[in-house]
Design a protein around this ligand. Structure first.
Ligand SMILES: C[S@@+](CC[C@H](N)C(=O)[O-])C[C@H]1O[C@@H](n2cnc3c(N)ncnc32)[C@H](O)[C@@H]1O
Length: 482
């Protein structure tokens, strides 16, 4: 039984992408012009047995037929031509004839493509990049062949020239890898490391022998006593997934297990490998969540199972992220680790709010401060933070905004010093509320700001009015948000 159409009567995927093995299969091409010539050239590479039928046939096709590469019938199409065909391409210049042939194919269940007539076609032919055996097919579902070609050009530029040879080399390595590494996960890891590592670089540089030598060493290492897993501490940035570093992206795509904070947005988690286990260990504001000791224990446990573990944190792991504490625990447990920095909230939010953290006319230093108040809370150096020509960025300070403003004023900052709250920074719902130390607390409660939010204090905040750019934002000051 057919599946029902989705919402609005359309299916989520209009075409099912497959790569069809046509070796020794009869393929019929009806039409004998330039288009047929191009289709035959492509089909020929698949080993298909091609028959071309048309009253007039391109000289090149006739020459190929004379050389035994295909069969031709210099005449009009007749329905019996379809006998035994596994695939049909119709490319005559007469639309009515094309459609009639297409309907005959449909009634016989033979997949048919009518050139430039998507409605009459059962399948469409994608734009391809052919670096045998690597074949990349791109389709816009018939919406725009020009867009498909443009995409192909872009993808083509990013694919190494020797990718075909590289794929053949990898194919040759499969047998030895199967012989030596009996476990599927170990083989997958071996190939991932091979493709991302120095062996691939050697191969791309033309040193196939060097690549082979490295691959042998890697196989020997991988088959030794089971390698221990390791943990990569990864900064996910403040929210916009496009602020991830390339290294972070690769770590996400390589990880077996990802332990992430609650603040890491789904757009970032979507970039993880599909079969990676995603475990949220974050705390919602005010809720218990996992304790730090529990998180450390999980990291160690998964690493000891030989897994590649990513500990994914919002912003940068070393800035109010307890990254240091987690690494200390790993070091004590003798688990290998590495760190991939991320864009910290201060840098990301300030950039997206059009507030330069330093500026030669306004601020010569910037200080990142925690505004969080727990039992260990120690008051920061308010005198230093209240100095002119400095920018103070308070993380986790929303709940104590009145206290922070009062302390800064008490230590010499003028009540007129500009201040801003940036909530949901870098995300589509980013909000920027500006004011001064005198009124920023009231503005925050009026605007019902929700976390995560940063408080920025300093003369640089005055630049927001002129430099706001994200979301075509109209700068909002206190008077507007009132
Ligand atoms: C536990 S700290 C983690 C900071 C993180 N490691 C970093 O480098 O950005 C969480 C605080 O960072 C700030 N923050 C994180 N993401 C933010 C965002 N998208 N917008 C505004 N503030 C954010 C908020 O002050 C939040 O309470």
């Amino acid at each position: 039984m057919c599946a029902p159409a989705g919402q609005h009567g359309v299916f989520e995927v209009n075409y099912f992408p497959v790569f069809f093995n046509l070796a020794d299969q009869k393929v019929l091409v009806v039409g004998g012009g330039d288009v047929a010539l191009r289709k035959v050239a492509l089909l020929k590479r698949t080993g298909a047995c091609i028959t071309v039928i048309a009253p007039r046939i391109h000289a090149d096709l006739l020459a190929r037929a004379a050389a035994g590469a295909l069969e031709v019938g210099v005449r009009d199409f007749i329905p019996e031509d379809l006998d035994g065909a596994r695939l049909v391409i119709v490319a005559t210049s007469r639309r009515a004839v094309n459609r009639w042939i297409a309907s005959l194919c449909e009634s016989r269940g033979i997949p048919v493509n009518v050139v430039d007539d998507r409605e009459a076609s059962r399948f469409i032919v994608p734009a391809i990049i052919d670096r045998d055996p690597v074949l990349v097919a791109i389709s816009t579902g018939g919406a725009s062949p020009v867009l498909a070609r443009r995409l192909r050009e872009r993808v083509e530029a990013s694919i190494p020239k020797k990718i075909g040879e590289f794929a053949l080399w990898l194919r040759a390595l499969r047998r030895p890898a199967q012989r030596i590494l009996h476990n599927v996960a170990a083989r997958r890891r071996f190939f991932e490391e091979l493709i991302d590592g120095p062996a691939a670089r050697r191969f791309a540089a033309g040193d196939a022998q060097g690549a082979q030598r490295i691959s042998r060493q890697m196989l020997a290492r991988a088959s030794g006593p089971r390698a221990r897993g390791e943990v990569t501490l990864v900064g996910a940035g403040p929210g916009d997934p496009e602020l991830l570093t390339l290294k972070a992206l690769r770590a996400l795509q390589d990880a077996d297990v990802i332990l992430h904070d609650r603040l890491v947005p789904s757009g970032v988690l979507d970039l993880a490998r599909r079969d990676a286990a995603l475990i949220c260990v974050g705390k919602a504001a005010g809720s218990a969540g996992s304790t730090q000791a529990e998180i450390n224990a999980l990291l160690i446990e998964y690493a000891r199972q030989g897994k590649r573990v990513v500990r994914l944190k919002g912003g940068d792991p070393f800035i109010f992220g307890r990254g240091g504490e987690e690494l200390q625990a790993l070091a004590r447990a003798q688990i290998g680790f590495s760190v991939i920095p991320g864009v910290t909230a201060a840098a990301g939010c300030a950039a997206y709010a059009g507030i330069p953290l330093t500026h030669r006319d306004y601020a010569h230093s910037v200080t990142l401060v925690t505004g969080h108040a727990d039992e260990d809370f120690k008051e920061p150096d308010w005198t230093a933070l209240a100095q002119p020509a400095t920018t103070a960025v308070f993380y986790m300070g929303l709940a104590r905004i009145e206290h922070i403003a009062a302390k800064l004023k008490e230590h010499g900052a003028p009540a007129s010093r500009p201040a801003a709250i940036i909530a949901q920074g870098t995300l589509p719902h980013q909000r920027v509320i500006t004011g001064t130390l005198a009124d920023i607390g009231a503005a925050a409660s009026r605007a019902q700001v929700e976390s995560p939010a940063l408080l920025l204090v300093g003369e640089v905040v005055s630049l927001h009015a002129a430099l706001a750019w994200f979301n075509n934002e109209v700068p909002a000051d206190v008077s507007q948000s009132a």
